[in-house]
Design a protein around this ligand. Structure first.
Ligand code: ZN
Length: 229
């Protein structure tokens, strides 16, 4: 057993009702469905937060979820609409610290509702929207490639290994070990568990003070391997 129920399911240690599995992720039934037909799409790479998951896996998850969405609507399971939800962090409702995408069939009168605080109904001034957009746009550029984050290379190494690209996966793990020596000499799932605990902030973000200016130069020298394109 590992300390992660989703890793246990993906390794075959714990049971689940699978819909599909491939090199990058799996889709299986939620054991506590919001509505019948509730599916979880889970990447093989163990990452607690969306920010820690490699770009290939996160993109593939949505493609799998699209197929599940279509299947639900065609299956005869009661489904008049679908919620696609990722709860990213405990405060956002994430219960298992391994990224997962909920695909939830919905129908009129199913009794489930999102609830918003009264603040939601107050119109935000354009000046505040603009200020937030400017800040996020700067961060978006600065952390886009995350070249200084060992997690990026660990997760990518695990993906490459599953694809049979041994040399390239070893290169990715070596790069991770260079960035964080604590990740060297261990199995990749263990390394990922050490480096991707709940609530972890990307390395690039930790180096900057909240509210401070956002140096875009930190995104220099991005990796040139195929997985970075
Ligand atoms: Zn896991």
């Amino acid at each position: 057993m590992t300390s992660c129920i989703f890793c246990d399911i993906l390794f075959g240690i714990a049971p689940a009702s699978f819909i599909q599995r491939d090199d990058l992720c799996a889709a299986f039934m939620d054991i506590r469905p919001v509505n019948p037909g509730h599916v979880l799409v889970v990447p093989h790479a163990h990452a607690a937060l969306v920010s820690e998951l490699d770009a290939v896996s996160i993109g593939h998850m949505l493609q799998v979820a699209q197929r599940v969405d279509v299947a639900l609507r065609a299956s005869g399971i009661k489904c008049e609409g679908v919620n696609l939800i990722i709860s990213d962090g405990a405060v956002a409702g994430q219960e298992v610290p391994h990224v997962h995408l909920h695909v939830i069939p919905r129908f009129r009168g199913d009794g489930h509702h999102f609830r918003f605080s009264p603040a939601y109904f107050t119109k935000t001034p354009a000046s505040e929207l603009g200020k937030n957009a400017e800040s996020l746009a700067e961060w978006n550029v600065a952390i886009g490639m995350k070249p200084d984050d060992a997690n990026f290379y660990i997760n990518m190494g695990s993906v490459l290994q599953k694809l049979g690209k041994t040399d390239e996966s070893q290169e990715a793990f070596k790069k991770a070990a260079t960035l964080n020596p604590a990740s060297a000499g261990m199995g990749f799932y263990n390394r990922a568990a050490i480096l991707t605990g709940p609530g972890r902030v990307p390395a690039g973000a930790r180096s900057r003070r909240p509210g401070g200016s956002c140096p875009t130069t930190s995104a220099a020298s991005p990796p040139t391997a195929w997985w970075a394109r």
